[in-house]
Design a protein around this ligand. Structure first.
Ligand code: SAM
Ligand code: SF4
Length: 335
């Protein structure tokens, strides 16, 4: 279903196609996964041995990625997030970002990264047109960081964080997956980063995707439990994203709670995902996939329209202990 909307810019009427799904949601946001590989092995995300390596022929080429972004933009998508796996290990990441950010109609650009390679790449990414960074950091304890990532060094991540601060992005958000008995007791310390730096810190409920590592049932806790450690946090107006927002008095940024498990946000989900092997996933937790690898622009447009229109209404009940309905792990989808 299409709607053509007039956007009012001073003195210049601009017509824009908006594409709605079968439930009337406007789909305006694409998450593009540029690789399923990673330099870390977070226990809740991917197996220790890494991913079964797809051949070059299986993966989208850079030109196909750009064609997909152009197609998405022609269907009304204006927000783009580059993700993975770890997007910064992709050799041509700067070229992908530069070309994707320049696609007409794409007005908001972001990247999600573990940050380890940001010391070299933060400024070039900014220059390539990336406006915002989501930076994954679950703990400020070096031993725990090594344990949760199975190989990472906290110092490298923090160096990346400082490089991002230095590079002048419009917005930096730290994302911490909340794991009961592992980092829930660090919620206050993580949230207090917003007192020191002009950033948001968001807590995300652990989703039952990869085996969720060696965690037991106690690992799955509701995001709202963070508020017990932050009694002075003041609710803030939503910013159009999926997080419930709070602010510590005197802070420079917000604390966000993202609850995909305890309180889903499917009713206003506006996103689709494109995997590194060229499948459109209209819903993170569904196995519905639409292959666009190898297609020309016309075929890609038709397939993307079908994928958007057919987006499922919601992801169904998600329990803390049962794996969701997708066979892919997060690194193979793009978080
Ligand atoms: N490598 C990049 C990173 O870590 O930011 C981008 C890809 S990663 C798959 C994107 C996000 O997904 C990360 O913030 C990660 O913490 C989150 N994630 C992965 N597995 C998850 C799970 N089982 N539950 C909740 N979040 C998860
Ligand atoms: Fe890699 Fe990101 Fe998954 Fe961690 S969460 S293993 S950094 S893709």
């Amino acid at each position: 279903m299409y709607a053509v909307q007039a956007l009012s810019f001073p003195g210049l009427p601009i017509w824009k196609v908006l594409m709605k799904d079968q439930f009337g949601r406007e789909i305006t946001y694409l998450r593009l996964s540029v690789t399923d590989r990673c330099n870390l092995r977070c226990r809740y995300c991917m197996p220790e041995e890494g991913v079964c390596k797809l051949t070059h022929e299986d993966m989208l080429t850079e030109d196909e990625m750009i064609m997909a972004v152009e197609t998405a933009a022609s269907l009304g998508i204006n927000k783009l997030r580059i993700t993975g796996g770890e997007p910064l290990i992709k050799k041509n990441i700067l070229s992908i970002c530069e070309r994707a950010c320049a696609v007409p109609g794409i007005t908001e650009t972001a990247i999600t990264t573990n940050g380890v390679l940001l010391p070299e790449l933060a400024k070039p990414l900014r220059k390539a047109g990336i406006q915002r960074i989501n930076f994954s950091l679950d703990t400020l304890d070096a031993e725990k960081y090594h344990r949760i990532t199975r190989r990472g060094e906290l110092k490298d991540a923090l160096d990346g964080f400082y490089a991002a601060l230095d590079a002048g992005f419009d917005k930096i958000k730290i994302n911490a997956v909340l794991i009961g008995g592992f980092n829930d007791m660090e919620a206050r310390q993580l949230a207090e980063l917003t007192m020191q730096y002009p950033i948001d810190v968001r807590f995300i409920e652990l989703m039952p995707m990869y085996d969720s590592g060696d965690f037991g049932e106690e690992a799955f806790i509701s995001c709202d439990s963070v508020l017990e450690q932050l009694p002075e946090a003041v609710p803030q107006e939503a910013d159009g994203g999926v997080a419930k927002l709070y602010r510590l008095p005197g802070a420079l940024g917000n604390v966000g709670l993202i609850s995909p498990v305890s309180s889903h946000f499917c009713g206003w989900c506006n996103r689709i995902r494109l995997t590194a092997d060229g499948r459109i996933k209209p819903c993170l937790h569904s196995d519905d996939e639409f292959r666009i690898k190898g297609m020309n622009k016309e075929e890609m447009t038709e397939t993307m329209k079908q994928a958007i229109y057919g987006k499922p209404q919601w992801h169904g009940e998600m329990s803390y202990t049962e794996r969701t309905h997708t066979h892919r792990d997060m690194n193979q989808i793009g978080g």
